[in-house]
Ligand binder design. Structure first.
Ligand SMILES: [Zn+2]
Length: 156
């Protein structure tokens, strides 16, 4: 919904093609949740309905201390890649995509902050691996949390 408002506001500046890119990237950035779900279920579960159930359980429990969220397209590294594509390949294509992703991130961070968990998801691939190592040292495997949420989502 916010994506539509942002697109409407930017439409006069960006024009139709770039507005579509902005809108599409502001929505499709979340497709990494689906990719993550396929990864968590080792490609055995492709059901979007069960994926949404899984993430509902995840959100309900995201205050637990062993939680470490990771969404590939929401990381600084991917933003840098898109920025480099804009700089060296096509600014016409990739600047609106980068703007759409940034716009989306502002709402995500605001939402997470509002719910008291601004850092539940790693902002960077490097950060994810560092935090995962630190958790593992404490005897906590963040992947166990994924499994727990998956079991919960199967029950309800
Ligand atoms: Zn998101």
């Amino acid at each position: 919904m916010a994506g539509l408002v942002g697109t409407a506001v930017l439409y006069p500046v960006l024009g139709p093609a770039q507005s579509m890119l902005f809108f599409t990237s502001s929505v499709l950035i979340d497709s990494d949740h689906y990719l993550a779900y396929l990864w968590i279920t080792k490609g055995k579960d492709w059901s979007p309905a069960r994926m949404f159930r899984f993430y509902s359980r995840f959100t309900e429990h995201n205050r637990e201390k062993e939680v470490l969220g990771f969404s590939l397209f929401h990381t600084i590294e991917i933003f840098i890649v898109v920025y480099l594509l804009a700089k060296y390949l096509s600014s016409f294509l990739f600047i609106p995509i980068l703007l759409g992703m940034t716009y989306h991130m502002i709402f995500d961070i605001a939402w997470l902050t509002y719910h008291g968990v601004p850092t539940v998801r790693a902002f960077s691939i490097v950060e994810y691996f560092i935090r995962k190592r630190l958790l593992l040292k404490k005897g906590i495997n963040p992947e166990d949390f994924y499994k727990k949420m998956f079991d919960l989502s199967e029950k309800k």
